[in-house]
Write a protein of this length. Structure first.
Length: 387
């Protein structure tokens, strides 16, 4: 309503302003020449011409304003359409890129969580394995200590009879040596007795020579000497008999001791061999048991070493996560640079500058290049669409 009233006032002004000078001139002429009919008609005609020219100018002004308004409205609508197109493309770019970036950040988080859970499980398993190894080692050490003590006691029990047998053999050997020394003494006595017999034979020979030389007068003297020699011969015979008896007894004792020593040696050697074989068998079993324990410990150590190597390999998941996050960071920086570059265009920017499809394709190619690197885990190949 105010706009219509303003238009009416403007139209009245445009129509009245050209007529005012004519009316003013007609009044002046009428005042100078009088109110003649032709003057009044001329004045009215001029007034009508002024009003007509004012209305013409008004309509022309209205048409020009309408044209200007139409051009301005068209230009503003074009700008609004360009802004709407730019906003739509920007929204489409953000709505297209944001899920991709969010998906990859989520995949990195899930991959990190899975690897951390896996590492935690592996470390827990390694701790349990180490605990079992330590417990097994403690039990093995305790069992080995008891086993060694049992083997030591058994070996002592088995070798003690061998030592006692060796002592008995040593005593028998001392007995044999004593008997041999007695035989040596007896043989020395026999040598002395033989010397006496030799001396007695010499005396008998001299007595015979004296008897042949003295004749009958010296027979009594020779007979006395002969009796004395006979007595000496009896004594020597008695000593020889006694020495022979002692030698026979000593020889019998030596034979008995030797036979006993031989029997003791055979039984002792057999028992000693049996005991030593049993001892060696037990030591062999103990060594086999220790070797098995050492082999078990070595196998456990190899398993733990393998687990540690697997853990070290699994720790490389950070490389893949770092690559993904680096791509996300680079894409966000590129997006920021692109928007800043378009922003500098001012009113000349439009939606075609964003090139959403090309940007999305570039992001997908970047993630495909990340997925094709050799250090990517095989089991994660189907986590995402773009890598």
């Amino acid at each position: 309503m105010p706009q219509v009233r303003n238009n009416s006032d403007s139209q009245f002004l445009y129509a009245s302003l050209p007529a005012l000078p004519v009316i003013f001139g007609g009044l002046v002429v009428s005042w100078q020449d009088g109110a003649a009919l032709d003057t009044v008609c001329a004045s009215l005609l001029l007034v009508l011409c002024g009003i007509g020219s004012g209305l013409f100018l008004w309509h022309r002004h209205v048409n020009e304003l309408a044209h200007i308004n139409a051009c301005w409205e068209h230009d503003e609508n074009s700008k609004i359409d360009a802004v709407e197109t730019y906003t739509t493309e920007l929204e489409r770019l953000l709505l297209t890129i944001s899920p991709i970036l969010s998906q990859h950040v989520m995949a990195s988080r899930e991959h990190t969580e899975q690897e951390i859970i896996s590492l935690t499980s592996r470390f827990s398993g390694m701790v349990n394995d180490l605990k079992q190894i330590v417990d097994s080692a403690d039990n093995t050490l305790n069992g080995q200590h008891d086993h060694l003590e049992s083997i030591t006691n058994t070996t002592r029990d088995l070798l003690q009879p061998v030592l006692e047998s060796l002592r008995r053999i040593h005593q028998v050997e001392h007995g044999v040596m004593g008997e041999i020394q007695k035989l040596s003494g007896y043989m020395s006595g026999l040598n002395a007795t033989a010397a006496e017999v030799h001396n007695l034979a010499g005396q008998i020979n001299r007595l015979a020579n004296e008897a042949s030389s003295v004749g009958e007068q010296g027979f009594a003297v020779v007979a006395g000497n002969a009796r004395k020699l006979a007595d000496d011969a009896l004594q020597i015979d008695q000593r020889l008999t006694n020495n022979a008896t002692d030698i026979i007894a000593a020889v019998n004792a030596t034979v008995t001791v030797s036979e006993s020593a031989g029997q003791v040696d055979d039984s002792t050697l057999f028992q000693a061999e049996t005991n030593i074989n049993q001892t060696l068998s037990q030591l062999r079993l103990a060594l086999i048991h220790y070797r098995d324990d050492i082999e078990a410990l070595r196998n456990n150590a190899e398993q733990i070493r393998g687990e540690i190597n697997n853990v070290l390999v699994a720790l490389q998941f950070q490389d893949r996560v770092s690559q993904i996050l680096t791509q996300v960071e680079n894409n966000l920086l590129n997006l920021q640079k692109t928007i800043e570059k378009i922003q500098k265009q001012g009113r000349n920017r439009d939606g075609n500058m964003l090139r959403v499809d090309e940007a999305v394709e570039h992001i997908e190619e970047n993630y495909k290049s990340v997925s094709s690197r050799p250090n990517q885990a095989q089991d994660d190949s189907d986590d995402l669409t773009f890598f």
